[in-house]
Design a protein around this ligand. Structure first.
Ligand code: PEP
Length: 267
């Protein structure tokens, strides 16, 4: 049975005081052993203080990125070991805002310009340090409109996970985040999410076999709210959600967690 995961991607938001407040009010609402795994992903600079804040709570912490080399002249970057040493258990990799940044330049254009092969090196670096990658994939609106959703996702999954062993794939998290749904208020329908998740699990099955496909957790991300979480989660291939905007408010994030738990507990 795959344990549901509800992950909050804070992106470049919150100051330290409000981050602490968010974690403590969330922790106060959570049972000691929630049936879902709960993750918050603060900016690098808050990881050490947030490790203290999540200590002795059921909340786990992930970074939003890392650099694949172990050390060296990589100004502004952090290695997988540095990330792990802060207390992180997870790391988001291949987020669309690192593959390309919507609203900053051409929507299909690239600011950080991370390609599949760089993201693949990051996945290997994370696993080498015992971090669980939350590996993001998803098509742009133009790609969806051209009927390329499946082809784009296949390419991202195959290239991004290249060279992994099946048991490593079984332990990781893939987040399906249609680029057109991130931060836009436009959510994929439950049917669109289910179709993409089914496709991702099929690609994992073809590449890595049945155990990997049965074990890998696939999250949906893109304008998840307390109102739509339940209908999105209500599918056997949706194992949780990756939440941006709504994870910045303890009440909303908690309501999303509750929705996920109630759907999955119902079986
Ligand atoms: C995200 O950052 O991964 C995300 C899905 O953002 P939002 O929930 O704000 O669309």
């Amino acid at each position: 049975v795959r344990r549901p995961l509800v992950a909050g991607n804070w992106k470049m938001n919150l100051d330290l005081a409000s981050a602490r407040e968010l974690v403590s009010s969330l922790a106060a609402k959570l049972p000691a052993e929630p049936s879902a795994e709960i993750l918050v992903c603060p900016p690098f600079i808050y990881l050490f203080p947030m490790a203290k804040a999540v200590n002795e709570t059921p909340i786990r912490m992930g970074a939003q990125n890392l650099w694949p080399e172990p050390k060296g002249a990589f100004t502004g970057e952090c290695s997988a070991r540095m990330v792990r040493k802060t207390g992180c258990t997870h790391v988001i990799l291949g987020h669309s805002e690192r593959r390309h940044t919507i609203g900053w330049t051409d929507p299909e254009g690239s600011v950080h310009g991370e390609d599949d092969s760089l993201i693949n090196r990051k996945v290997h670096a994370a696993l080498g340090e015992g971090l669980v990658p939350v590996f993001c994939v998803g098509e742009t609106l133009r790609q969806r409109d051209k009927g390329e959703m499946e082809a784009v996702i296949s390419r991202q999954v195959v290239a991004g996970l290249n060279g992994l062993r099946p048991e490593q794939v079984a332990g990781l998290v893939i987040a399906y985040e249609p680029v057109w749904a991130i931060g836009t208020g436009r959510t994929a329908s439950p049917e669109q999410a289910a179709e993409a998740h089914r496709h991702i699990r099929r690609v994992v099955f073809e590449q890595y076999g049945g155990e990997a496909a049965a074990g890998v957790r696939i999250l949906y991300g893109g304008s998840v709210t307390p109102e739509n979480a339940e209908s999105l989660m209500n599918n056997e291939d949706v194992d949780g959600v990756l939440v941006g905007g709504a994870s910045l408010h303890a009440d909303d994030f908690f309501a999303i967690i509750q929705a996920c738990i109630s759907v999955k507990d119902r079986g």
